[in-house]
Design a protein around this ligand. Structure first.
Ligand code: MRU
Length: 350
């Protein structure tokens, strides 16, 4: 599935499939301005670490168009770029997308605004295509950890919808099936409160004809105890230099249960999700979202008036609970500080 992020040259707009309403409605959400992009990121019209990185990159190109009337367009543009990078705090790919644009600007510092907008649009398109290719390579590597007849549990949505296409964790499932593994099925944890598992993972796997069963988040222990889960594969929003993986709230609990029941727990993420400037998972800013996502289901309030709620959107899974980090350059194994440093070095990255 790749129709969920597309650039319309005719409308000069980034067209997003509005993930807030899936699977009930398949509405498009056109972004024409920086404000549209920030709104789409913050309200989760588009979500998932790689997908928001791609969106941020297109957002920079839209911002460059928007500052045409500003006397000091460079300062105005820098402010807009920073607002895009700050739209959500946890997934490092968002800032990564903006930083890549800033590097291109630095390398073309004499370019006029119009030329810069064109360069950025081309670069955003490149990032978009690269992400699909990276996920496909990740899936091919990850296929090695999936066996015939495995039921794979995943948490949140780390699929095509969370990326430019193919997916990270779900890319591993797709990669295993493409590699000829037989009888693979998925348990999608529903992932309260935004229900990325129930709504989005189930939606895209059903669309691809991959068997999927939705389970309540709190069924995880029972399912593992009954031997109904052979592997866990999740995505990540940021992986620290020591291998701790920050992902959707609840992932840490799934990893602890997996350890208790001897189920291998894998994280699938591109190198752009690894932030070597973040020493451990505990150094990652955790997004604290609106209480309304917890207090309401649709328009119905489910908690008493005035009772406070927690709505932390992510948690950190310690590296010690992770059997392998599946990337586009291969599967990294513990100790992660070393295998991450080696992978960056081999890939020629800083
Ligand atoms: O709040 P979200 O939906 O943006 O959170 C997404 C996740 O936690 C995903 O698991 C993660 O970004 C990996 S996506 C390939």
């Amino acid at each position: 599935m790749e129709r969920h992020i597309r650039y319309s040259h005719q409308d000069n707009a980034l067209i997003l499939l509005d993930q807030r309403y899936l699977p009930a409605r398949e509405d498009d959400f056109p972004c024409r301005t920086t404000q549209d992009i920030i709104y789409a990121l913050q309200t989760m019209v588009v979500r998932g670490a790689p997908a928001i990185g791609v969106t941020a990159a297109y957002g920079c190109a839209l911002a460059a168009r928007e500052v045409a009337a500003e006397a000091d367009w460079k300062t105005a543009l820098s402010h807009r770029l920073e607002s895009i990078a700050e739209a959500r705090p946890t997934a490092v790919n968002l800032r990564w997308g903006v930083e890549r644009m800033k590097k291109l600007w630095a390398a073309n510092s004499t370019a006029d605004r119009q030329t810069l907008a064109e360069l950025w649009l081309q670069e955003a398109t490149r990032i978009h295509k690269e992400d699909i290719a990276i996920n496909t390579r990740m899936g091919a590597h990850g296929a090695a950890v999936i066996d015939d007849d495995d039921t794979v549990m995943t948490h949140c949505n780390a699929g095509a919808l969370a990326t430019a296409g193919y997916g990270t964790a779900l890319g591993v499932i797709r990669g295993a099936i493409d590699a000829g593994k037989k009888n693979i099925s998925v348990i999608a944890n529903e992932t309260r409160p935004f229900l990325q598992g129930a709504r989005l993972t189930a939606y895209e796997l059903k669309e691809d004809g991959i068997p999927v069963t939705v389970a309540c988040d709190n069924a995880c222990g029972l399912l593992m105890r009954r031997g109904m889960v052979q592997k866990v594969v999740v995505g990540a929003d940021r992986i620290a230099a020591n291998g701790d993986a920050v992902n959707k709230i609840g992932t840490y609990s799934v990893a602890l249960l997996a350890r208790e029941h001897g189920v291998p727990f894998y994280v699938a993420a591109p190198l752009s999700t690894i932030d070597r400037n973040t020493p451990t998972g505990d150094h990652t800013p955790i997004e604290d979202r609106t209480p309304r996502e917890v207090t309401h289901v649709g328009d119905t309030q489910i908690t008493p008036d005035g009772v406070p709620v927690f709505n932390f959107a992510f948690d950190a899974t310690p590296a010690a609970l992770i059997a392998g980090i599946i990337t586009e350059v291969g599967i990294l194994r513990p100790p992660y500080a070393e295998s991450i440093a080696r992978a960056f070095n081999d890939a020629g990255l800083e």
